[in-house]
Design a binder for this molecule. Structure first.
Ligand code: ALA
Length: 461
């Protein structure tokens, strides 16, 4: 039996007994929960003020197009290959174990650094809200040692709390996520309704103050706002109807969020001068500056809710990819046990949650944020390439969702994600290479010898 067939069997087996209880609607809410967060509530302002000007709306269109190519590719592979390992699994089936390891390691970086970045952003919003209520957390406990403090206690607490919810069960997590997503969507509707009454198109002149290159570098930045739809695919072994549900969840959530981003970023730059938007909470702040105190306060609250679900879903995604890799023997098998009562990978959640909490407590936000985009873009490229390769090598594979115009769409996905990737700073590339080198050392000293799929003389490479 070749490695591809072996992988498909392992993906389909009931190895770990994760609980199949998520509906297609839960999966769309998972996607929206993971997507809308710091990107729209924070980065839009920075991207408008320092990169694209009012043309930040075009940056959102550009990044949205790159993501939709990748999302379609994810939908095809999630519905035909599946598995909680997401892109790790697809890469295994398309390119073999080494590339699968690289992409799995890369996804761990994306989700861990993403959860950590958003937890630090969350703590900034929360500490402000608490001080407005008269509860001041001492400065030393608002930031880590690299920024002159001791520990970022709020960031650590939110990671611990959300990890606990994830341990309790996936259905409980889905219910919690549904509440949070409703709050953030309600707040966005409030912003749109209020901002629509303040529009003044004089703010759109000049529309592209930094030229086309500003629009593109803005797109590389706001790409962050779209990350998260891929986390839906890690729910493959917990979805009631994975073959339909995953493609609906991935494409549906991305579609809803793209529309929201275009409307919100277009309105934001039409109610304030773009140069004033380089602040910590541009969406709320702009409403406050225009005298809408109550709705400005609500938007801040919605931002806290928005960031909460992103952290939840990123820790969830991390745990499922880690689970798939340890089940295959590439990471310590100790972690692949599913708790029989909660039907969740408790050991991984405790381990992963502790590492993320520690990193969020000790490191500054910038260091983490930069790593998320590069990790995600490289996973997207591999997934798009996987579609092209599998159509050639395994045309017989049953594909409940099939991308139209293949190989063009996945090919454009590779080109557009590659283009965004080379627009990232050199320092980010260097850190990425260091992370990948560490990953390869672990693979060749552990994973290679413990792999269950290559084991038993299956495919010796
Ligand atoms: N898309 C997520 C956010 O904007 C990562 O927070």
């Amino acid at each position: 039996m070749d490695l591809f067939s072996k992988k498909m069997i392992v993906s389909e087996s009931e190895h770990g007994k994760l609980r199949r209880c998520l509906s297609s609607f839960d999966l769309i809410l998972f996607g929206i929960g993971a997507i809308i967060g710091a990107g729209i509530f924070v980065l839009t302002g920075i991207a408008a003020a320092t990169h694209a000007g009012p043309a930040v709306v075009l940056s959102y269109v550009l990044a949205g197009i790159a993501c939709s190519f990748a999302a379609l590719s994810y939908a095809e592979l999630a519905s035909s290959i599946g598995g909680s390992g997401s892109a790790y699994n697809y890469a295994y089936a398309s390119f073999g174990e080494l590339i699968a390891w690289i992409i799995g390691w890369d996804l761990i970086l994306e989700y861990a650094a993403g959860a950590c970045t958003v937890a630090i952003g969350w703590s900034g919003y929360m500490n402000n809200a608490l001080s407005v209520l008269g509860l001041h957390i001492p400065d030393a406990f608002q930031k880590g040692p690299l920024e002159g403090g001791i520990l970022n206690v709020s960031a650590m607490s939110i990671v611990a709390l959300l990890t606990l919810i994830l341990i309790l069960g996936v259905k409980q997590s889905a219910r919690f996520n549904a509440v949070i997503v409703s709050i953030k969507l309600a707040v966005i509707v409030i912003f749109i309704a209020v901002a629509a009454t303040e529009v003044n198109f004089k703010y759109w002149h000049p529309f592209m103050p930094f030229g086309w290159s500003g629009v593109v570098s803005g797109a590389a930045l706001v790409f962050f706002a779209y990350i998260g739809f891929d986390a839906v695919s890690t729910a493959a072994e917990e979805a009631k109807d994975p073959q339909r549900g995953l493609s609906i969840g991935i494409i549906g959530s991305l579609f809803v969020c793209t529309l929201i981003y275009i409307v919100v970023s277009g309105l934001l730059t039409a109610i304030a001068d773009y140069s004033t938007l380089n602040v910590k909470s541009p969406v709320a702040q702009t409403l406050l500056n225009l005298g809408h105190t109550f709705s400005g306060g609500l938007v801040s609250f919605g931002a806290i809710a928005g960031l909460t679900s992103v952290i939840l879903l990123f820790i969830y995604g991390l745990s499922r990819v880690f689970f798939a890799m340890s089940r295959d023997g590439l990471l310590f098998e100790f972690f692949s046990e599913i708790n029989p009562i909660t039907q969740t990978p408790v050991r991984i959640l405790v381990f992963g949650g502790s590492i993320i909490a520690l990193a969020a407590g000790l490191t500054p936000i910038g260091l983490m944020a930069e790593m998320v985009n590069i990790g995600t873009l490289s996973a997207f490229i591999i997934v798009c390439a996987g579609v092209i390769v599998l159509r050639k090598t395994h045309p017989e594979l049953i594909r409940p969702f099939k991308i139209p115009f293949s190989p063009y769409i996945p090919f454009f996905g590779i080109l557009s994600c590659g283009y965004l990737m080379i627009s990232l700073p050199l320092a980010t590339w260097l850190r990425f290479i260091v992370w990948m080198t560490i990953g390869l050392v672990i693979y060749f000293s552990y994973g290679y010898y413990h792999s269950k799929l290559r084991g038993a003389g299956l495919t010796k490479r």
